[in-house]
Design a protein around this ligand. Structure first.
Ligand code: ADP
Ligand code: MG
Length: 257
């Protein structure tokens, strides 16, 4: 049987360096993620995980190295142009959308716009109305799948931390991603919602999306990841299955100091 890792990678990061002045936060990292695969990134605080993710998302410009998406060099593309190529990054702070309802949040994400332009864009052109109808249909499907139908018209700022996380993931799915970037996707989430989120991450990957996930909670890493990369001090110090990397001497030293 073909394992996800056997497919051609969706994203390839080659010898990436990200510097803040004299600090090399990412110091020559090479990784790849295939469609349908969850790659978990772990490592101690300050290892460079968030910087790596931001470089892949386009929020940070790397000092050197290359990022390829579907074989295309996107290293110099700004975030919105990567987004158009299917890169979706979820953020922990989604307060920008607190004043929209859950449904409006999904619609806005599906139409690829900012909250302020929602009403301006939904009145008028017929093509726009069709796009809106398609997005509304997809939003309804996601509300059912995530069991959030009762919250459809609730303002996002009234949701619990975990529910907001779910909505953030749904917003990502509205954009029909090829690559999902998740930074600590279960932090601050109540246990039952965390369980639901983990199932969804597996399901998202099973639908063919490549998932790059930073996660501190090793239990989550073990459960969700197909493959794990361990970073320390800006470098990859181990790579393999969860069990393989946890047996590595370098990893034990990095974690135990
Ligand atoms: N904006 C920044 N300015 C300067 N140094 C930073 C900045 N962001 C992160 N760093 C430094 O880069 C290194 C890696 O940080 P980060 O990517 O956040 O690691 P992690 O996510 O693994 O905790 C750390 O030494 C951190 O102090
Ligand atoms: Mg971080």
């Amino acid at each position: 049987m073909l394992a996800p890792g056997d497919l051609r990678p969706l994203v390839e990061v080659c010898d990436l360096v990200v510097s803040y002045g004299a600090v090399r936060a990412v110091d020559g990292v090479t990784i790849s993620v295939a469609p349908g695969e969850v790659l978990g990134i772990v490592g101690p605080n300050g290892a460079g995980k968030s910087s790596l993710l931001a470089a892949v998302g386009g929020q940070l410009r790397p000092t050197s190295g290359q990022i390829r998406l579907d074989g295309v060099d996107v290293t110099k593309l700004p975030p919105h142009r990567r987004a158009r190529r299917g890169v979706v990054r979820t953020f922990q702070d989604t307060s920008e959308f607190g004043r929209l309802t859950v449904f409006e949040n999904l619609l806005v994400a599906g139409l690829g716009m900012h909250g302020a332009s929602l009403y301006a864009a939904t009145v008028g052109a017929r093509a726009q109305a069709r796009r809106t109808a398609t997005a509304a249909e997809r939003a309804a499907e996601l509300l059912a799948r995530f069991e959030l139908e009762p919250m459809r018209d609730t303002y996002a700022m009234e949701l619990s931390g975990g529910q907001r996380r779910l909505v953030e993931v749904m917003r990502g799915l509205m954009r029909e991603p090829k690559l999902m970037l998740l930074d600590e996707p279960t932090v601050g989430v109540a246990p039952h919602l965390s369980e639901q989120l983990r199932r969804e991450y597996r399901r998202i990957a099973a639908s063919g999306v490549a998932v790059l996930m930073i996660e501190h909670v090793l239990e989550v890493v073990e459960e969700v990841s197909d493959r794990v990369v361990v970073m320390d001090n800006g470098s990859v110090i181990a790579e393999g299955t969860y069990d393989q990397v946890m047996q590595s001497q370098a990893v034990r030293e990095a974690y135990l100091g």
